[in-house]
Design a protein around this ligand. Structure first.
Ligand code: SF4
Ligand code: SF4
Ligand code: SF4
Length: 348
């Protein structure tokens, strides 16, 4: 996956991975999120995706708010995020309008990818120092902060106590440092292990999913130490009974999260079994799979509690398959063969 940015872009600007953009994947529903949140009119979507980087203020709102995770923070910002992540005992993050200074300074709290805050808040309480959040970044900042905090609260199953938002410096009470003694051991050793594992983070290519990958690794680590799964809530799509296993949704998924596989059942000729699953850390909940399914057989992503961000089974069901090639047959298709096999037979 290469970085695609057709216009000159300074190293401190965000990086746009055009190939993941929802508008590149389908034309049924346009996404304008980056254009809406950007205070500097950098993005021209959905008509074209040729960012005017010369206008960019480096606020980072676009990278945190893009639903498909196709915009990543600049490499220098990434380095600051990762450094803070490894060092933090009491993670404090401040925006430029706050009177208190956090260990990590950002232009706006809404410019922090929520997965980054989720990572920190699995083991620690996180303190966010904001300004008054009025009129920030042409009025977009407040909305973006609310979206980010909403995502985070959902991830923790509706619990908002993991993050403390304050306009003033917060004293450091003991119970603020680490939320659970179970996690204390995990955190000390875990931070070392993760620092080691991610020392070459910039040479790895997870596109816009790097914090999600780290979050999945951390949850695995904490679960293994606690000897029980650490539930979290993420938005996942769900196939319904109209699905016949064509697999178009899986082909179109920008991050390759979804798998729809059909096997012959072996019980009766012409019948098969569809298995739908996804890698939850790769599923950003963008909904592209639901948009492209013309049979309305994929439900829009909705909150789902999962014990892991690895493989999640979405369902298994029986379908008719072509008696010649084994591809699934649409329910309305008559006969035993699919259109492709019928066509190739006729052309012979
Ligand atoms: S926010 Fe992301 S998915 Fe939406 S148009 Fe912009 S780059 Fe594409
Ligand atoms: S960093 Fe801010 S100014 Fe630059 S493109 Fe993104 S939203 Fe626009
Ligand atoms: S599975 Fe669907 S919602 Fe998840 S990333 Fe892929 S297209 Fe988006």
């Amino acid at each position: 996956m290469g970085e695609s940015h057709p216009h000159p872009r300074a190293p401190h600007h965000p990086v746009l991975h055009n190939e993941y953009c929802i508008n590149r994947r389908q034309r049924l529903r346009a996404c304008h999120v980056c254009r809406e949140v950007c205070p500097a009119a950098v993005y021209q979507v959905p008509q074209g995706h040729e960012p005017k980087w010369e206008n960019c203020l480096n606020c980072g709102l676009c990278s945190a708010q893009c639903p498909a995770r196709c915009i990543t923070p600049s490499k220098s910002e990434m380095r600051d995020y990762l450094f803070a992540m490894m060092e933090a005992d009491l993670p404090t993050i401040s925006c430029g309008h706050s009177s208190a200074e956090g260990m990590l300074q950002v232009s706006c709290v809404g410019a922090i990818p929520w997965e980054y805050l989720a990572y920190l808040s699995v083991t620690h309480n996180v303190v966010l120092y904001t300004g008054e959040c009025e009129g920030c970044l042409s009025g977009h900042g407040k909305e973006c902060v609310a979206t980010t905090l909403g995502q985070l609260e959902k991830f923790h199953g509706g619990d908002s106590t993991h993050v403390i938002v304050s306009e003033e410096a917060v004293e450091e009470p003991q119970d603020l440092r680490v939320r659970s003694s179970v996690f204390l051991g995990a955190t000390k050793r875990g931070q070392d292990a993760l620092a080691q594992a991610y020392s070459d983070i910039r040479s790895r290519d997870y596109g816009g999913l790097v914090f999600r990958k780290m979050l999945a690794d951390l949850l695995d680590f904490v679960s293994s130490k606690a000897e029980m799964p650490v539930d979290c809530v993420v938005d996942l799509p769900q196939p319904n009974e109209r699905c016949y296993g064509c697999g178009i949704c899986a082909d179109i998924c920008p991050h390759g999260a979804l798998r729809v596989e059909t096997e012959g059942s072996g019980e009766a000729e012409g019948s098969g079994r569809v298995n739908a699953s996804l890698q939850a850390w790769k599923c950003v909940g963008c909904g592209t799979c639901a948009i492209v399914c013309r049979r309305k057989a994929m439900e829009e992503p909705s909150p789902r509690a999962v014990p892991t961000l690895r493989s999640v089974e979405l369902g298994e069901f029986f379908v008719r398959v072509c008696s010649q090639c084994g591809r699934p047959l649409p329910p309305e298709q008559e006969g035993e063969r699919c259109v492709l096999c019928l066509r190739s037979r006729l052309s012979r």
